[in-house]
Ligand binder design. Sequence first.
Ligand SMILES: *[C@@H]1O[C@H](CO)[C@@H](O)[C@H](O)[C@H]1NC(C)=O
Ligand SMILES: *[C@@H]1O[C@H](CO)[C@@H](O)[C@H](O)[C@H]1NC(C)=O
Length: 826
Amino acid sequence: MLSLPQRDTICINHLVLTVPLLSGAVWPKALGKATLQPVLISLSIPHGISSTASSDDLSHSINYSLLCSSLRDSLNDKIAPLETLEALSARIFDILLLRSSTDAPLVSEAHLKITQTRAPLNCKAVGVESRATSLPGNSWAADYVKHFCENLECSTIIGINPCEREERQIVRVNVSIERSESGVQRHNWVDFRSLARTLHEKIGKSSYQTLEALASYIAEETLNYLWNANPDPFLRTPFVSVGAAKPSAIVFASSSEIQIRRTYSDYPASFTRQLQSEPTHADRVTRTVALALGSNLGDRFFNIELALRLLEAPPVVLGISEDTVHVVDTSFMYESTPMYVTDQPSFINCACVIETNLMPLELLKLLKAIEITVGRVPSVRNGPRAVDLDIIFYAGAVIDTRESLQTELDDLEGELVVPHPRLAEREFVLKPLNDMIPDFIHPVLHQSVSALLAAVETPAKTGSMYKVIPFPQCPLPTNYVFPHTSVDVVPPTLTHWIYPSVHQPAHASRTAPWAPRETRVMATLNATPDSFSDGATHNTLPKALEYAQSAVAAGAGILDVGGYSTRPGAAFITPEEEISRVEPTIAAIHAAHPQLSISIDTFRPDVARAAISAGANCINDVYAFTGRGSYPFEETGDAAGGALKCMSAMKKVAREFAVPVVLMHSRGDAGSNKDYNAYGYAGPGETVSEGVRIELGRKVDLIVKGRGGVRRWLVIVDPGVGFSKTLGGNLEVLRDAAAITADVSVGSSKTQRNPLAGYPQLIGASRKSFLGVILEQGTGRKTEPKERGWATAAAVACAVQQGALVVRVHDLHEMIDVVHIANALW
Ligand SMILES: *[C@@H]1O[C@H](CO)[C@@H](O)[C@H](O)[C@H]1NC(C)=O
Ligand SMILES: *[C@@H]1O[C@H](CO)[C@@H](O)[C@H](O)[C@H]1NC(C)=O
């Protein structure tokens, strides 16, 4: 019956149930009145039978009789009427896959076929086939749905032979419809009765010579029917399979037969027209679309940021007044050597997910207009371009507007082929997509993005692609010309950092030519009178300048300026006071060292804004945008109000200036909340790391995803060594820092992808008190923060070995030496 995987399977075939159905196939249709109808249920359940086979004891297996009786008990003629066969499928999956029905055997996956035999006139059976798997949290999801209509019998003129065309003959037709989008919907998607009647009528009037032409016509008519019946055809591009047989064609065989499978893009003449037609208001449905962005000309980071901002301001380009595009997720940013033409600058590639109510060709028009606005110079194919925008996926749609399939795929001027036809061979598109939508199923290739990526990823090519973080120039240079009035000014780029696109274990060979793995140093400058480590050393302007000068000379990658100590028990200061400490310091340093990147260590939006206006180009926030004392972090309720308000204000600042942000894991006060027992499932030596992945991951998701999010490529995460962690917890996080951002599963059921997967890390262990505790335990000697330089050196070496992007240190000159040696080692 169903297509089965290569495993043991338990099947139940044609179990008869009689249920009240509201819709479906009865004749005459009793409007709104349920009719009792027999349905045949066929089930197949993957289930290892080896233990039952070897012991010959059914207690290891699924009890068939129990299974059938629980279905019969729950679904009988007394139940509330069911809307559709889909609703019945959903009920059966509830019974099989949810844990509430205690007496039913435990099943984690089921394939189900429901056949209705009192089918529409002229056809023998209609039904729905689907497959669902159980999910954590006592739910399930269907990943495959097929509707079918079997043995539709029509009489028509068909044949090449003139005498064959004198009389009508019988053709038998099977039509099945698969949706590329998953999920069993509880409402009616296909009205078999009206579809069967439509097809019967049309086939009766046709007079093709070949069965091939007839089958293709039936497929097209079915697609046409679906297109018209469905308010949003893009959301679920269907695949229609048609089997047609001419039982009386051949004397010595029972029939001649043909099987075909078609979708909208197979009939460009019929459906392209509809793709192009002016959408009516009702057609304006918001859909999720994946776009790829690339640039290899000029200020590449500026070009991409400008393109994204223009994308969200479409009225300028298209004259559409409603807001129509929202960027809701972004990937990491990658730099790679050009794939086809090699004597040009390297490419910056990234991707984003947008929500839009533009139709595919409108969106294409918008993207082309943006390419021109940003300054695309028409040039050699695959040659330099300021920005290149491509539609990769448009919901689950399969679209091809080419008149002839011969049109070259590389030269699609004005034409649209979605999913992008070159996707499967392009690592530089798949990688960014995999950052956002690894599980999305390609509607044509039927493979997930992560599987497609795995198929093209090669170590050599991976070595030639690395991730990038651009740092903007803040404040804007004087005389800076920004001609686009519809969007916030995009700052030009000051510098960018690169780091490996996949985490390389420390022992891996570093011989790949393009595998830069270099930990950078963040020097700290406290414009506070009470910082725990160097209180009052640098809080006068001349001293601050002197320190900045030495940081530049030593080769520090960035200078972190803070005006409000996070030391436990530090005195409260007002935002105004904080600004008055950092603003003049940053302005003076920026004036003296315009090429130096400066981060502002603050959790206050106003301070961040003032600091950036003075010359900072990065935000370092120990509360990850949720404000002070946000533990436990809530997303709803009163407590959430303050944290979310702070988050949205910080996001706004970060977005406006396009600055990188360092988001640290903390739980309110640094000294408290050290209990990670809630993550006990993660196993010893992993609980704190798991806590960081989940707690910081929730905040990072809220900051990156959704409307108004910070670009993923601008986020650096900090596991918060020394913040709300025990001595053991700090060591765990430091020793295994790479695990915090590894592409692993998290959560008690291990079904969620690590929300921090792939992010670069800042690690700040310098002079922290846990180092003092270890020294005291080992030597009996109490240490002041200043005396923990050697201890810090060991921690810094470990951070480098773990692949940290940047380490935050106080003993600048010494730690730069440590980092140089550690970089050379690992
Ligand atoms: C299967 O279930 C039926 C009905 O509950 C029960 O009578 C029978 O003993 C069960 N068989 C096994 C092997 O557990
Ligand atoms: C239609 O489906 C039925 C049941 O699966 C099968 O027996 C028959 O051969 C099919 N006919 C065609 C023309 O595909």
